[in-house]
Design a protein around this ligand. Structure first.
Ligand code: ATP
Length: 210
């Protein structure tokens, strides 16, 4: 059975950086990849766009392909979405299927601040996506937890349902949602930093325009 990989984020808004690394992770792991938008991210400022607006942009972005899909379970739950709870729910649903939590290298460096972060290794593998400008040096507490878990090949993730960490060397794309929001707020048109489908309906990006 193919591993199931989850790529969580605010997606405020989704951009080609997200989609490209998610796509490459799907190829590298031969996995089903789901984008998992967060409702009230525990570590972040509230999003600019509403939940419904972020989902509409994601749906437009994912049109025309079948490798990446959308999982809105965190948006359907009350209160903050803790990744560990989401993965525990998926584990109960998916049995012994390997689960892989995909995280950009910037977010991974802060893993030790996540709620019940050590439990994450009991429910899923972690795939760390390289991101331009992010050093691979981890805080000592996190490095200690990760060092015995590292594997070099995707095959190693199929032997057990959870607990390994793999670096996924994806094509570096220096695109961030922060930059996209700045460009849209300045009246610019980041046409080639976002998937074409999001420009079909002018209302989709309206929340970011001033
Ligand atoms: P913001 O600029 O608002 O912080 P972001 O572009 O980092 O947003 P998020 O929704 O916060 O996007 O990110 C979701 C996940 O995608 C995180 O794990 C993040 O590290 C990863 N990610 C985002 N952009 C890239 C990129 N260009 N390359 C690799 N990983 C990325």
């Amino acid at each position: 059975m193919k591993p199931l990989a989850l790529f969580g984020g605010t997606f405020d808004p989704v951009h080609l950086g997200h989609l490209s690394v998610a796509w490459e992770a799907a190829e590298l792991l031969d996995a089903e990849v789901r984008l998992l938008p967060a409702s009230i991210p525990p570590h972040r400022q509230p999003p600019i766009a509403s939940t419904a607006q972020r989902v509409a942009i994601l749906r437009a972005a994912l049109q025309g392909q079948s490798r990446l899909s959308l999982d809105t379970r965190e948006l359907e739950r009350e209160g903050p979405s803790f990744t560990v709870d989401t993965l525990t729910g998926l584990r109960a649903e998916q049995g012994a299927r390997p689960l892989v939590l995909l995280i950009g290298a910037d977010a991974f460096a802060h893993l030790a601040s996540w709620d019940r972060w050590r439990v994450l290794f009991e429910v899923a593998h972690i795939g760390v996506l390289s991101r331009p400008g992010v050093s691979s040096t981890l805080p000592p507490e996190l490095e200690d937890a990760v060092s015995g878990r590292r594997v070099a090949t995707a095959d190693a993730l199929r032997d057990c349902p959870a607990g390994k960490v793999i670096e996924l060397a994806v094509t570096p794309l220096e695109i961030s949602a922060t930059r996209i929001r700045e460009l849209l707020a300045a009246g610019r048109d980041p046409r080639y930093l976002m998937p074409a489908g999001v420009f079909d309906d002018p209302a989709l990006l309206a929340p970011y325009r001033r």
